[in-house]
Design a protein around this ligand. Structure first.
Ligand SMILES: [Zn+2]
Length: 442
């Protein structure tokens, strides 16, 4: 009896072991793999969308393809395409997949040389080419205009694609352009590029002591409030220090720097000083770190470690809730070693979480914020302010005549009806003068 029991126990034990081995080999390997593999920083990119707030690919589409997409293959290695072998090309779909990108603000940028000329028309063309690009790749890109849709795109394995215009010259000092750009799907506007506007100064005035400063004019403040009312993200990369402060004091919603880095680490007027970063924290906004080598380090080439210094500096000064990624790929010609193109974001996240460096490793929770949750939070807050202003009056005052005329000798060129902008008092004076002199003879 005792012998039989022993035999049964052995048989049962054998069956259990064999079953366990069989199960072990038939269960999906990933179940075991995940447990064995050490946690990596880039794992968070599977859970939350990595959102980059600045990529200038559309400007390359204009320069290289003349905005004709018929023969443009985004789903190919553009490094092998002779036309795309230029210093400012870092983006194609295969590399975006490797880079685990979840959301992109594509920039409808037009040069400041269009200011007071055809900036509005050219901006429309750039918005159009972005929409056509998204339409051409429906399995990879999804056109998005609301914060919640970014998560939906992520769930479907697509890159949420948003439109940003870079520089107020794109609206030609007209609220009507701003409002209709919103209707076309634009969800972010950088207040200036590298040129002054009748209502806002750009960063170059800070590098020039003799340059008169207007900062953000009264009408400029109205643009900010109109953006708040519409639900368009206010972006203060590229503006002067005075405008940064004025905007932060005016905006009812969080603002972003879509592609700027830290002034303390690299004293460039495109970067952000500590006192402004502290104000950004109060505003609950986000600075999206620019990878451009020249903004990261005075002596190039910069490396991925130098970019990490900028990211960590913001974290240590104002907290991990206020920093994100705004690479500026395709808008610059030199990027850091280790961040050579859009396939390299995961390397950055891995490194940030790694132990044994001279910085406190980032936790998974904080890396999710850096990747996209901070930007999503700011975007949702912008939407909440929009919703709270549903009954606010639409601002319909035109830009003041004096502001246009004093801004630039050519400032009236794009306005055939410039006289309508004159203040009523001035118009009355002119009418009286004509009455006294009698009609002009032709
Ligand atoms: Zn820029």
């Amino acid at each position: 009896m005792a012998f039989t029991t022993k035999k049964i126990v052995i048989i049962v034990a054998c069956v259990v072991v064999v079953t366990a081995i069989a199960l072990g080999t038939t269960l999906p390997l990933t179940v075991f793999k995940k447990k064995d593999e050490p946690w990596k920083g880039s794992d968070v990119l599977d859970e939350v969308p990595l959102i980059d707030t600045h990529n200038d690919l559309p400007y390359n589409l204009y320069n290289i393809e003349n905005n004709i997409l018929k023969n443009f293959n985004f789903d190919s290695d553009l490094k092998l395409n002779p036309r795309w072998q230029i210093d400012t090309s870092f983006t194609d779909l295969p590399r975006l997949r490797q880079g685990k990108l979840g959301g992109q603000f594509w920039v409808a940028y037009v040069s400041c040389s269009r200011n007071y000329k055809d900036a509005v028309e050219r901006t429309i063309e750039q918005i159009d080419v972005i929409k056509r690009l998204v339409r051409k790749y429906p399995n990879d890109l999804m056109f998005v205009t609301e914060a919640d849709q970014i998560m939906k795109a992520k769930e479907q394995g697509k890159i949420a694609s948003l439109i940003e215009i870079e520089g107020g010259h794109s609206i030609d000092s007209r609220m009507s352009s701003l409002r209709l750009f919103y209707e076309l799907g634009v969800r972010c506007m950088t207040i200036t590029h590298n040129c002054n506007l009748p209502w806002a100064d750009n960063n170059l005035v800070d590098g020039n002591e003799n340059s008169p400063k207007r900062n953000l004019t009264e009408w400029g403040k109205k643009v900010i409030l109109e953006m708040n009312r519409l639900g368009m993200i206010v972006d203060i990369s590229h503006v002067s220090e005075g405008v940064m402060v004025d905007v932060l004091e005016t905006s009812k919603a969080p603002v972003i720097f879509s592609h700027s880095s830290v002034y303390k680490l690299r004293n460039h007027t495109r970067n952000v000083k500590d006192h402004v970063l502290l104000k950004l924290k109060e505003n609950n906004g986000v600075i999206m770190i620019n990878f451009y080598s020249s903004f990261i380090k005075a002596e190039s080439p910069a490396t991925i470690y130098d970019v990490i210094k900028h990211i960590n500096y913001v974290r240590d000064l104002i907290g991990p809730e206020h920093v994100g990624i705004g690479s500026d790929y395709d808008g610059v010609e030199e990027v850091p070693e280790g961040l050579e193109d859009v396939s390299k974001y995961p390397a950055l996240f891995d490194l940030l979480a790694e132990e044994g460096n001279d910085w406190e490793p980032w936790s998974a929770e904080d890396l999710k914020k850096l990747a996209g949750l901070n930007l999503l939070r700011a975007f949702k807050a912008v939407e909440a302010v929009r919703d709270s202003m549903k009954t606010a009056t639409i601002i319909d005052e035109p830009v003041p005549y004096e502001d246009v005329i004093s801004a630039n000798a050519n400032a009236a060129d794009c306005r055939t009806d410039i006289n309508k902008y004159k203040p009523t008092e001035q118009l009355k004076r002119e009418a009286r003068a004509v009455e006294l002199q009698g009609p002009e003879e032709f």
